[in-house]
Structures are given as C-alpha cells and as structure tokens.
Ligand binder design. Structure first.
Ligand code: TXA
Ligand code: MG
Length: 336
C-alpha cells in the first residue's frame, strides 16, 4: 500500500517529481479528475489500468499542455483541426487524430492507429504537465464502473493506497467528461457528448459533424471504445423520471421512504419532504456539475435501493447529462 498524498495547487512540482519516477498522480480538470501517468513511460501507464481495474483494450486520453506536445505524435494537423484547437483549447474537447507509427505505446492507444488528445482548462494541471515535460495519460480517476470523480475526496475514496498522490484543486466546474470528436475520419464524428456541442464545432469548421442525431440504427455511429462498458453505476438502481411523472414518482417515493433517494433540482425537491435527497441545483448546467457527486452520495446509505433521478431535455450540455444518466440507470425509467 502506498500513502496517497494530497497536494495543494502550488505543489505541482512535487507531483511532477512523482510522475517522473513512474508513479501515478490524480489531477484536476474542468470536467472530472483524471488519473495521471507519464504517457511516454509504458510501465507507468500499465499501472493506471491496474489502479482503476480498467479493461486493457480501452485506450487512454493523452493530456497535453501545449500544441508542440501534440505535434510530437501527430504527422500533420489539418486546417479544421487547427481551427477547433484554436477555438476550444484549453477546454472540454478531446480530439482523436492519426498518430505517427509507434510514437505512443499500445498500452496508451489500445493498438489503434489514432490517439485522443486533450488540453484541459485547469492551470494547475497545465503547470504539472509542463513541469514534467511530457504529456500524461488521463482516464477519469475513479474505480472502473463507478461515477467519475468531481472532487479530490471522490478520488481518495476510490484509489487511496493505490496512487502516490492527488493534486487537489477543489470541485470541478463542468462535472461531465469532455466531448470526444474523431477527426481522423473523413466526416468528423462525435464519439462521446460533452459540454462542447456538435453545433458549436460545425460553426467553427463550416461543415457537418456527425453525432447521435444522424443515427438511424443504434450501431451506426462508432463509439469511443470505453462507451461499451458498464459505467457510472452507484449501488442502488437509478430510475430516470420524466417531467410529467414526478407527481406519481414522489408519491411512490413517499410510500417507500427509507428505500428511495431523490436526485433532482430544487423545485422538485421542495415537494419531497420525507426522503433522502441530493440537489442538482436549479438548471441543467448545475445538474451536470452535481450528477456524479449525487450518485455517489446515496452509496453511503445501504438502505437506499432506488434513486429517482431527474431527466433534462437532450440539448446543449443536457445531451451529455442524459448520456451519463442513462448509462448509470442501465436505461431504466420510472413508469407509473
Ligand atoms: O473529461 C475527460 O475527458 C476526462 C478528464 C480526466 O480529462 N477523461 C476521461 O477519460 O473521461 P476516460 O478514459 O474515462 O474516457 C476516455 C474515452 C474512453 O471512452 C476511450 O475509449 C476513448 O476516450 N478513447 C481514447 N482513445 C481513443 C481513440 N484513439 N479513439 C476513440 N476513442 C478513444
Ligand atoms: Mg471514465
């Protein structure tokens, strides 16, 4: 067992020292906390899979602090890629690009000829990567299958004793993981929805971007490999509640007080007087920010068998919110 140290943002140099030694350090981003290892150190990267219990065919994001770092691995950048980098970095857009043969280990790429690059909007983490001088891999810093961590405490809960340290920069802002866009194909394709939307990207590159809205059959849009695994699952069964079903759902919750928790906005919660509750705040942005912490909250109470969770319209960040919520619920809705 390692002793997991908690670093303040100003201690990024200490954290970089651990990374240089091949150790793992969790880092803050604007979306969720990531689990960092030097992306050019294959032994260190292997330990990331072990620490998370992550399936080894699921490739990792390469987290950079400069465009130069991307250019070490990518033969050339198209005009379109340059435009979206210019517009959205640092920020919540991860870009899949073809890489130079053998420039990153199979442990990072899962054997693909592409890699996913991201520059997060967090100064502490950009300092950390620059101090290391190499990009770091950055899967979410949770045990595989659990909700992604949005605080250093979530990371500590899941990974204490398995990693050297956590760089603590408080709760994250966005709360759901970055948008992933595949720019290695002829038609740019969204592989995972996040805070940056297809429409915003279309505006910047002036051409159509594929996303779920074009989907005819379930399998038509290729997904990021990691999207096929069980995800974001708390101990209780999540049931998604559509707007029109809250009256009935709250009545059912009230009849089963001790077993039903409620994860909803303040307006809904004002009517749920007898149940254990967690607030999603007042709009879809705060809901995205609070979702994973809320799912984790109910794990502390083993009487809770069901979590009623609020549905939001699938537009803007609502698309990413509903994508994560449906996975955590195994697509189960509350039906009266
Ligand atoms: O916001 C985020 O992106 C967070 C923070 C920590 O940066 N990271 C994150 O990493 O969500 P992770 O590993 O939990 O999710 C990365 C996803 C996985 O579904 C993986 O399969 C996909 O990215 N991925 C990685 N490389 C890929 C590639 N070359 N092609 C397609 N998908 C890829
Ligand atoms: Mg993850």
């Amino acid at each position: 067992m390692l002793i997991t140290k908690i670093y303040k943002p100003s201690e990024f140099n200490e954290a970089a020292k651990e990374l240089r030694l091949g150790e793992l350090v969790a880092f803050p981003t604007e979306t969720v906390y990531g689990l960092g290892a030097d992306a050019t150190n294959e032994q260190a990267v292997k330990r990331v899979y072990l620490a998370k219990g992550r399936p080894s065919d699921n490739p990792l994001i390469v987290t950079v602090s400069s465009l130069e770092m991307v250019k070490r691995f990518v033969p050339s950048l198209s005009k379109e890629v340059e435009k979206i980098i210019e517009k959205f970095w640092p920020g919540s857009l991860t870009i899949v690009l073809k890489i130079k043969d053998g420039s990153l280990s199979k442990t990072v790429t899962g054997g693909l000829k592409t890699a996913a690059f991201r520059m997060p909007k967090n100064e502490t983490t950009l300092n950390l990567i620059t101090a290391l001088g190499n990009p770091i891999v950055g899967p979410s810093a949770n045990s595989s299958g659990k909700p992604s961590p949005t605080t250093a405490q979530h990371v500590y809960h899941d990974l204490e004793g398995r990693i050297a340290g956590i760089l603590d920069d408080g709760p994250t802002d966005v709360g759901v993981e970055s948008t992933i866009i595949d720019m290695s194909t002829e038609i740019p394709t969204i592989l995972r929805p996040g805070a940056v939307t297809a429409e915003e990207i279309e505006k910047v590159i002036g051409k159509e971007v594929y996303s779920d809205k074009h989907k005819v059959k379930e399998n038509e849009i290729p997904k990021a490999p990691g999207m096929k695994y069980k995800h974001y699952a708390p101990s209780a069964q999540v049931l998604i509640v559509n707007k029109d079903n809250w009256n009935s759902a709250l009545q059912w919750a009230n009849e089963n007080k001790n077993q039903v928790g409620i994860l909803a906005d303040d307006e809904v919660l004002s009517k749920a007087l007898e149940n254990k509750t967690y607030s999603l705040g007042e709009n879809v942005e705060s809901a995205a920010k609070n979702l994973f912490a809320g799912l984790r909250y109910f794990d502390d109470d083993n009487q809770i068998k069901y979590i009623l969770a609020e549905a939001f319209p699938e537009e803007g960040v609502g698309l990413a919110y509903m994508n994560r919520l449906k996975k955590s619920a195994g697509n189960q809705f509350y039906n009266k």
